[in-house]
Design a protein around this ligand. Structure first.
Ligand SMILES: C[S@@+](CC[C@H](N)C(=O)[O-])C[C@H]1O[C@@H](n2cnc3c(N)ncnc32)[C@H](O)[C@@H]1O
Length: 236
């Protein structure tokens, strides 16, 4: 499949059920339609003072979203937080993802514009082509049922740890991706559109990233510690 082109066979099929069935045959993941997980993270960061603390993690970074789905919330998150640019990796809905970002750019006044790309490739192939120590990565709603299996997942986790820039994080919201060699901070946040639902967010990074954002991490830890939620593995 052409890396920069949304022109895979999936682009020609309008029905998500057909895309799901095609993705099963391909065997590199499931074209499960989005569950608004990226939207929830964007809205929490935009609206909640605790979520707002995460803004600095993205500032000036090259932000990549794995499994971006159909909606433009990864772009909106990156743009609103002052990222340098944004890449949506989405093998099954890249045509829709691209149109969503374009329409968001033309309709949303006040949202800073940043360069973006939509890549119609699966996340493992995409990550393997990236150099070391360069990116800020997000994954929302990438649960085990989406990926082809534990072997694929652990290869993706190793690649995420390799490509992650030393001064930023991998943000894994409502997602089972968990790079074992990185430190992790886990918290849960109320979904802004339905505060009875909580999404689990893990913030993974090297020691250097936790050092670089020490005061922010302390504020997050203190605030979530009070609510009985906090560190999974302390960034010591
Ligand atoms: C549950 S949806 C979440 C979409 C989006 N993050 C959201 O919250 O709206 C999972 C997404 O992962 C994509 N996906 C499945 N397998 C993938 C793979 N191997 N590489 C990249 N994305 C994949 C699916 O096409 C789908 O868009």
């Amino acid at each position: 499949m052409n890396k920069d082109s949304p022109g895979s066979s999936f682009s020609n099929s309008r029905d998500w059920r057909e895309r799901l069935s095609d993705s099963r045959e391909q065997g590199t993941g499931y074209a499960a339609p989005g569950g608004e997980f990226t939207k929830a993270l964007f809205e929490w960061v935009a609206a909640d003072p605790k979520g707002n603390l995460l803004k600095n993690f993205f500032a000036g970074q090259r932000v990549v979203e794995l499994g971006a789905g159909m909606m433009p919330y990864g772009y909106k998150l990156a743009a609103a937080c002052g990222a340098r640019n944004f890449v949506a990796v989405e093998p099954f809905y890249s045509d829709i993802q691209k149109r969503s970002i374009q329409s968001c750019i033309s309709s949303e006044e006040g949202l800073p514009r940043i360069p973006f790309k939509v890549i119609g490739q699966d996340m493992l192939d995409y990550l393997r082509d990236e150099p070391d120590d360069l990116l800020c990565v997000i994954a929302c709603g990438i649960e085990d049922c989406i990926l082809p299996g534990p072997d694929y997942r652990s290869k993706v986790e190793c690649e995420i740890a390799r490509v992650l820039a030393s001064d930023t994080f991998f943000l894994s919201s409502h997602s089972d991706l968990y790079p074992k060699d990185l430190r992790a901070l886990e918290l849960t946040y109320p979904r802004p559109s339905n505060p009875r639902v909580f999404d689990r967010l893990r913030i993974h990074g090297m020691s250097s990233a936790f050092d670089c954002h020490e005061s922010l991490v302390s504020r997050l830890t203190a605030q979530f510690g009070e609510a009985g939620r906090g560190l999974v593995r302390p960034p010591s």
